[in-house]
Design a protein around this ligand. Structure first.
Ligand code: NAI
Ligand code: MG
Length: 357
């Protein structure tokens, strides 16, 4: 079987880590034996901030139409100092996520062998979390405006509204319970700030209670986001699946990956669970302009995202092979700079390929 994959490396280290992930996937495909024969047919799109400077757009005008035909999208990161971040993010990454209704953003937090976590607990108990992020509405619904009622300099008012629909809350919460059902630790924690945000987040809490009642075999609890930030650090051992709104889960997943060792480790999948549109796989981190072009970016988040893509394409055994190869690489002490090592992007990529077994 040949899978058609759209690669969008975009900006900065996005290009370096997407190249790394492609190398791993191609090595995997060329080693695949008769029973599970598969290949990747890549199409690379040169969208991103350079494209914006050339054309005034982050992606081609018919970009979504062109992407629609692919089995999956493999994405790097957007953003460069020469373009305002809200333009680059909305013009490409959010355009794809929202245009293809990729409403479930799944971000596993993996504690890897050979990687020192700043979390003391990580040495004592096995930690393994998945952050499930509502990816279509909430605080990133794009509702609001500027210049409201401005009566001269210094009087501008801006409104940034959140959108919470019962259907939107229900589908992501249900997704979290279904995911928890497949995991060893069957536990879902819901995160809101419903004491201060008394409309949308109270609706979320109500839906959470109702859906939780349908899954009596799965433990659940709720936590306010500020307390949750502390709990990630102080009492993380009882966490398994953490479900939260677009903004809260964005922040908590960065915190989670930093606690696992580095932002460069974190993988993520933006699923359209109905499979009406392609899903998109990308590392959690951004374009890291401070280290871009130096060949030192950590490719593990991007390679882990490629593993999530394999799972989505119906190749779970191959996904597990890639995950084991990542573990073998870090366990052997082949670590990038952000994890205290000296290995380059290319050296880590080759080590992962060598460990595919
Ligand atoms: P960032 O994730 O790019 O970088 C934060 C810090 O983590 C930097 O010190 C960077 O060097 C380090 N880092 C990130 N990825 C790394 C990797 N693979 N290996 C080693 N170190 C790594 O976040 P920042 O600096 O806030 O944003 C930079 C640009 O990225 C901005 O334009 C922002 O809008 C964009 N961005 C894009 C995202 C996306 O496309 N999904 C997500 C987050 C930010
Ligand atoms: Mg983020």
């Amino acid at each position: 079987q040949t899978f058609r994959i759209a690669a969008i490396p975009a900006d900065g280290v996005g290009r370096e880590v997407v190249a790394a992930g492609r190398e791993v996937l191609d090595a995997l495909a060329s080693a695949s034996k008769s029973a599970s024969d598969f290949a990747f047919d890549w199409t690379e799109f040169d969208w991103g901030c350079d494209h914006y400077h050339r054309t005034g757009r982050m992606m081609a005008e018919d970009g979504l139409d062109r992407l629609k035909e692919f089995d999956a999208i493999y994405f790097g990161a957007v953003g460069w100092p020469s373009v305002p971040d809200h333009i680059s993010l909305w013009g490409l990454r959010l355009a794809v996520c929202q245009g293809f209704d990729q409403w479930a953003n799944v971000r596993p937090v993996r504690f890897l062998p050979g990687v020192t976590s700043p979390l003391r607990k990580a040495a004592e108990v096995p930690l393994d979390w998945v952050v499930v992020r509502e990816n279509s509405e909430g605080e990133y619904a794009g509702l609001g405006g500027r210049n409201l009622a401005a009566r001269g300099p210094g009087s501008e008012v801006a409104i940034q509204s959140s959108l919470f629909t019962e259907a939107g809350c229900e589908r992501i919460i249900r997704y979290a319970f279904e995911l928890a059902a497949t995991r060893e630790r069957k536990h879902v924690t819901s995160v809101t700030k419903s004491n201060a945000q008394q409309f949308g987040m109270v609706l979320w809490d109500d839906v959470f209670r109702r859906v939780a009642a349908e899954y009596p075999h799965i433990e659940s609890d709720s936590c306010l986001v500020d307390a949750m930030a502390a709990r990630f650090v102080l009492r993380p051992e009882d966490l398994s699946v953490v479900v939260a709104s677009n903004l809260h889960a964005d922040i908590l997943s960065d915190l989670g990956s930093a606690l696992a060792g580095s932002l460069g480790l974190a993988a993520s999948a933006n699923y359209n669970p109905e499979r009406r549109f392609p899903s998109m796989f990308e590392p959690v981190h951004g374009s890291a302009p401070d280290i871009a072009g130096q060949g030192v970016a950590n490719p593990i988040g991007a390679i882990g995202s490629a593993a999530l893509m394999l799972g989505h394409l119906g190749l779970p055994a191959e996904a597990a092979r890639v995950d084991r190869a990542i573990e073998a690489t870090t366990a052997a002490g082949v670590l990038p700079r952000d994890l205290g090592g000296t290995a380059s992007t290319q050296e880590i990529t080759l080590a992962v390929i060598d460990s595919l077994g």
